[in-house]
Design a protein around this ligand. Structure first.
Ligand code: FAD
Length: 546
């Protein structure tokens, strides 16, 4: 058998290694148009910032290492330019010599990744404008920084890579402005969760410019003058473009394979393209999203690596292994704040016409009486019909990763909020509480679905203000430090004695700091026959989002 793989990094290299482990006799050729194979693209921003000090640490395997250990025919600096499905051959070009040649395949695997989007803006091709995709990109960026000692950088795009780049540049002593087209950083997150991150960035001295974008870049001596859509001008020494990636599907498109609406190569659950002898994986593909029920591209390393094993198994053993689609579980560290997401966001569910309820809970990362606990904010999305968990977002410092992984595994198994209430977690005071924040998120969701509490969201307060009484049930001290306009203060512990102050004919909006005391107050008032709504996520969510 002759297997050809296009792309030698995350998905390609993993597929090749697994193919060899399953089929010692096959001929396996890996084409990589860049200089390197099997490296950690995810580590590149940290290499630029010096957190990963040694360049060598980025390489999982070298081309020669892959040849020696796996007997792979690895061809770096060789680009596949065409696929002829009729003759089952690929046309390739040796980028050093310019020589063109063809190779025959029995099975072809496409793992060409995704390319960073470049807006069509004048001056964008200046040598001080960078993207970060490959080792070569980060080498160029690193040597630019070393040689030019930039004082000021503009990061275009406040997504995962943009925020990682911003943090690493600031750690190098470079001032950073982030320009983000949307009204929030981390576009996959919902607004009120991303607002927590936006506040944190400002505290870290990042100049955050939202609802704006680049319209032109021009050289002013050693500097770049950047004009923004708002009319604002920024002078910077360098720009990092991180405004999203697009599936690198041009080769597949030219070969006539089915391409999805998002530009990704369409594959089935066996990772087969519309041609049964061609498999595809990684950032370049579109697959059915288990929650949204439509094909989407999920450009993440975890799915690419897991799909690689499945592709190799299916090629060698027949279609034995299926992939259920990625729910986009991801995490990013932003100046000590960890931000994680899984499943569908509220925004995506809404635009997809999927009915959902959401709730926000804030809780301690471990038992409050044990030193060092930090706040963990969880937004959970679930079906109002059966409590199926549809998505979650978590922002905090300690333990964000394990909580998002718990919820991701529940979503992956089509579990419900009732499953979240019953998750048995490892507990001792330094690690969690007897009721983990994930259990608590489940309890709150269960209370909402069973009608034990009715909630109102931060962005509904204004809509209902005119015919509502807004009651802050925190202490007078907390109330004085900041409250919702027009709210009256009746602390939860005084509430039973002050029921006469609550009108029966009006809607009552209750809030506290994070939602817990508001829930206690709601239970008292609901049982006394009042029309009461608790503010989801409390004042903490309201004040950061408003
Ligand atoms: P890649 O790993 O990009 O490999 C594709 C390779 O194919 C490229 O090297 C390309 O040169 C080659 N190629 C393309 N076309 C051809 C051709 N015609 N001929 C020959 N070779 C070709 N994901 C996470 O989950 N967590 C993270 O923290 C994270 N951080 C990231 C940080 C950065 C800076 C970047 C760039 C990505 C990050 N990712 C992260 C995404 C992750 O790296 C990708 O999801 C993963 O690498 C996808 O694997 P792939 O095989 O599809 O593509």
């Amino acid at each position: 058998m002759r297997y050809i793989i296009v792309g030698g990094v995350a998905g390609g290299a993993s597929t090749a290694a697994r193919l060899r482990r399953l089929d010692e006799n096959a001929e396996i050729i890996v084409f990589e148009r860049d200089d390197y194979v099997s490296y950690a693209n995810c580590g590149l921003p940290y290499y630029v910032g010096g957190v990963i000090p040694k360049r060598d640490s980025l390489f999982v395997q070298s081309a020669s290492g892959l040849r020696q250990r796996y007997n792979l025919d690895v061809r770096v600096k060789n680009e596949v330019t065409e696929v002829d499905r009729t003759s089952k051959t690929v046309k390739a070009r040796d980028l050093k010599s310019g020589k063109e040649y063809s190779e025959r395949y029995d099975k072809l695997v496409l793992s060409p990744g995704a390319y960073p989007f470049r807006p069509s803006v004048s001056g964008i091709d200046d040598e001080a404008v960078f993207t970060i995709r490959s080792v070569g990109d980060s080498d160029r960026l690193k040597s630019f920084i070393q040689e030019n000692k930039p004082q000021k950088a503009l990061v275009a795009g406040g997504g995962f890579i943009g925020l990682e780049a911003a943090e690493n540049l600031i750690n190098l002593g470079i001032d950073v402005s982030i320009v983000e087209m949307q009204g929030q950083v981390l576009p996959p997150f919902d607004y009120e969760m991303a607002a927590l991150v936006g506040e944190h960035l400002k505290k870290k001295m990042v100049d955050l410019i939202l609802n704006d974008s680049l319209v032109s870049v021009s050289r002013q001596g050693k500097n770049l003058a950047v004009s923004l859509k708002s009319g604002k001008e920024i002078v910077a020494d360098m720009i990092i473009l991180s405004i999203g990636v697009r599936p690198d599907s041009s080769l597949a498109k030219k070969a006539g394979l089915d391409i999805g609406a998002g530009g990704g190569i369409i594959v089935d659950e066996y990772m087969r393209t519309s041609d049964p002898d061609i498999y595809a994986l990684g950032d370049a593909v579109e697959m059915m999203h288990p929650v949204l029920g439509r094909p989407v591209a999920v450009p993440l390393a975890g799915p690419a690596n897991k799909q690689a094993r499945i592709v190799a198994d299916n090629i060698v053993l027949g279609d034995v292994s299926s992939y259920q689609g990625s729910i986009g579980t991801a995490i990013v560290k932003v100046f000590g704040l960890n931000c994680a997401i899984t499943g569908a966001s509220g925004r995506l569910l809404k635009s997809s016409g999927i009915d959902f309820v959401s709730s926000i809970t804030h809780g301690a990362s471990h038992a409050g009486y044990y030193p060092g606990a930090s706040m963990l904010s969880i937004k959970l999305m679930y079906s109002p019909d059966n409590g199926l968990v549809l998505g979650a977002q978590i922002i905090g410092q300690e333990g964000v990763d394990k909580r998002i992984d718990l919820i991701a595994s529940v979503i992956g198994r089509k579990g419900t909020i009732y499953d979240l209430t019953r998750i048995e977690h490892a507990y001792a005071p330094p690690f969690s509480s007897a009721k983990d924040p994930v259990n608590m998120a489940g309890f709150v969701a269960e209370n909402i679905l069973s009608g034990k509490v009715r909630i109102i969201y931060w962005d509904d307060v204004e809509n209902y203000r005119d015919d509502s009484l807004i009651v802050d049930v925190r202490t007078p001290f907390e109330f004085r430090a900041g409250s919702i306009d027009g709210a009256v203060n009746i602390p939860v512990d005084e509430l039973r004695g002050r029921l006469g102050e609550f009108p029966k004919e009006k809607r009552i909006i209750i809030y506290c700091a994070i939602g817990l005391r508001g829930y206690l107050a709601s239970r008292i008032l609901m049982q006394k026959g009042y029309n009461v709504f608790n503010l989801s996520g409390g004042y903490m969510t309201y004040i950061s989002a408003i």
